[in-house]
Design a protein around this ligand. Structure first.
Ligand SMILES: [Zn+2]
Length: 343
């Protein structure tokens, strides 16, 4: 009889997790209380019931609604203690799910006004990550993400800042928010600065818009990884290109379903990408709003797509290989994956 291995013990890397979106629901409610912030009823109601709010972001109004909830949650992060708590708890949740390496994504612009400016905000975040790494033993790094709703010059400023702090734990540069707004190429200079500074290029694409947005990430931003990228599945030639180049898609199945990109977990094209040889790193995206964390994404692969344990181990290896961890760290984690499989 085949034994079921525990997916929360499968060693893996978590490469797609947003800062505010990583928060525990209970922490959000406590911080709202602490700072006297009135959260939208739809958010407190759902989180109070242990549910996630109903979202549908496939049209612009739905995306706006999602962003409004995200902004409300972010407005509860007001001081350095809040930031330290968020970072520590994100690591604790990840460790519980078998993550040994976490790359958390943040746009420091959003936190700058309350934390004394862009540079102090980033330093508070990086210090919190340092402390968390020391205290918990997790490997943790930061991706700075520009917001495509803002001006490309802001993105360049962020890219320069990210490069300046590369030796303090910043490993990549991203681009987030509504893919329907602006063109990837508007941000090509910012990404060139980031790449020349040794950072990974990891923009969002192929979530709300189709394969063309993934191609833009490859052509205009020379992406090493794609945030989501799932809709590449609609274009076999693009899949081949991703596979040939070894570009990893940071696929977030629960997020896709929560935002209505796909109707049901079984509709997320995990099999299509896997069989095409496109490396994937499963991620939770915004567990605060989508209601599930990292191990649950692997559960979706197992239960809705029939991934066997050797295949799940391969998914974990793909996440580790695509991370910014050192070669030594990767080798250690890869052998831990083998141990999980043979145990
Ligand atoms: Zn994302």
């Amino acid at each position: 009889m085949e034994r079921v291995r525990d997916l929360s013990e499968l060693p893996k890397a978590h490469l797609h997790l947003h800062f505010t979106g990583s928060m525990r629901p209970s922490t959000l409610l406590e911080l709202a209380d602490k700072h006297g912030v009135r959260l939208p009823d739809v958010l407190t109601g759902a989180l109070g019931r242990g549910e996630s709010p109903k979202l549908r972001a496939t049209d612009e109004r739905g995306w706006f609604r999602f962003q409004r909830l995200y902004d409300a949650a972010r407005s509860c992060l007001r001081d350095a203690d809040d930031i330290r708590r968020l970072v520590r708890e994100a690591a604790e949740e990840d460790l519980r799910d078998g993550s040994k390496w976490l790359e958390i994504q943040v746009d420091p612009t959003s936190y700058a006004p309350r934390l004394g400016g862009l540079i102090p905000a980033l330093e508070i975040i990086l210090d919190a990550v340092d402390t968390t790494v020391r205290d918990t033993g997790i490997g943790m790094r930061v991706l700075v993400a520009a917001n495509r709703m803002r001006h490309p010059l802001d993105a360049r400023t962020l890219a320069r800042l990210a490069v300046r702090y590369a030796d303090r734990g910043i490993v990549g540069f991203g681009l987030s928010n509504d893919e329907r707004r602006g063109m990837a190429r508007d941000f090509d200079r910012a990404f060139a600065i980031a790449r020349e500074g040794g950072l990974l290029s990891a923009p969002h694409g192929g979530e709300l818009t189709g394969p063309a947005s993934v191609r833009d990430c490859l052509d205009d931003l020379e992406a090493h990884r794609i945030g989501h990228g799932v809709r590449a599945a609609e274009d076999p030639r693009l899949l081949k290109r991703l596979a040939d180049r070894g570009v990893t898609c940071e696929v977030c199945p629960a997020s896709n379903v929560a935002l209505g990109v796909y109707e049901k977990p079984e509709d997320v094209p995990l099999r299509t990408l896997f069989e095409a040889g496109v490396p994937m790193a499963l991620g939770a995206d915004d567990p605060l709003l989508f209601g599930s964390r990292l191990a649950a994404q692997y559960e979706i692969a197992r239960h809705h797509h029939g991934f066997t344990d050797p295949e799940l181990a391969e998914l974990a290896r793909q996440s580790i290989r695509a991370s910014a961890a050192s070669a030594d760290t990767k080798a250690g984690l890869l052998s831990d994956v083998d141990a999980w499989l043979t145990a």
